[in-house]
Write a protein that binds this ligand. Structure first.
Ligand code: DGL
Length: 295
């Protein structure tokens, strides 16, 4: 209950801050997109650690260290909520982040993705594709099995999808060829052998929804593709509302970070990041909205 004048004015100031998000690169923009749609009155501060991507091939300790550094930077800029828009970083660092920033609401991508998969499946057969690190750490398996203990899971690391997405190679023979190289062992080959195959495919890396078309064509029309973006955005909205931190429409635009309401930080190559950001978000990004930072 907010009673004193001091606390309520602190809350009012906090409410005006942006939501911080980070990913190893541009993949987290799939989460940013969902959040912009669901939370149109909010502003966002997105960091893509492009100098050090991919995260998915690195050790858990390294990804945890990177995540803590990034969170520290975002918190120092002023954010009211942190969204870890990267499954690899969520799996490696969520508890460490919550311990390091106890007063800050922090939402990861794994639980929302797992919940979406459990809602979508009818047969209980679920395939999970992610980075090598996420698959090795079994974060999705554990999250799905805690909701649906009898689920039958197939898991597969598909690390090259990350480079394809970072290069903007989302469609065409290369994307489809790579999707077939990875996914035929889960779908086409068992199907041809008359075996049951998963009815749900979890894109458990925030880069993968960018290749959704190619992945979906290879998996086949009977397979439901799910990712964590929409569910993560919904959880962020619920948390903001329950903590009275959601901005309502019609506040003074002067309090916003910039007119476009999204600011970007990148650790490498601003023009490339801007070009991909425009492609994935479908909005023009002003040069002043992207800043190069060193970590
Ligand atoms: N987008 C990230 C994820 O959700 C990681 C990609 C990478 O850097 O390997 O796991």
């Amino acid at each position: 209950m907010i009673t004193t004048h001091g606390i309520s004015s602190d809350l009012a100031q906090l409410r005006e801050l942006p939501i911080g998000l980070f990913d190893s690169g541009v993949g987290g923009m799939t989460v940013l997109n969902a959040m912009r749609r669901l939370l149109p009155n909010e502003s966002f501060l997105y960091l893509g650690d492009t100098a050090r991507m991919p995260y998915g091939t690195k050790s858990v300790e390294t990804v945890r260290r990177y995540s803590l550094q990034i969170a520290e930077l975002l918190v120092s800029r002023g954010i009211k909520l942190l969204v870890v828009a990267c499954n690899t970083a969520t799996a490696a660092a969520l508890p460490a982040l919550r311990e390091a920033f106890p007063g800050l609401g922090i939402i990861g991508a794994v639980e929302p993705g797992a919940r979406a998969a459990c809602r979508a499946t009818k047969s209980g057969r679920i395939a999970v594709i992610a980075t090598s690190s996420t698959i090795r750490g079994r974060a999705y398996e554990n999250a799905i099995l805690s909701i649906l203990p009898n689920a039958e899971l197939s898991t597969l690391a598909c690390p090259l999808f990350v480079s394809m997405a970072e290069d903007g190679l989302l469609e065409g023979p290369l994307a489809e060829g790579l999707a077939a190289r990875y996914l035929d062992q889960i779908f086409r080959i068992p199907r041809e052998q008359g075996l049951d195959t998963p009815d749900t495919l979890v894109l458990a890396c925030t880069h993968f929804p960018l290749l959704r078309g190619a992945i979906s064509r290879v998996a086949g029309s009977g397979v439901t593709l799910v990712d964590s973006a929409n569910n993560t955005a919904r959880e962020a909205k619920a948390l903001l509302e329950s903590s009275h931190l959601a901005r309502s429409a019609g506040r003074s635009a002067g309090m916003q970070l910039c007119p476009g309401s999204v600011r970007f930080l990148t650790t490498d190559d601003v023009p490339r990041f801007t070009r991909l950001g425009e492609l994935f978000l479908g909005i023009p990004i002003a040069p002043c909205a992207v800043e190069l930072v060193e970590l």
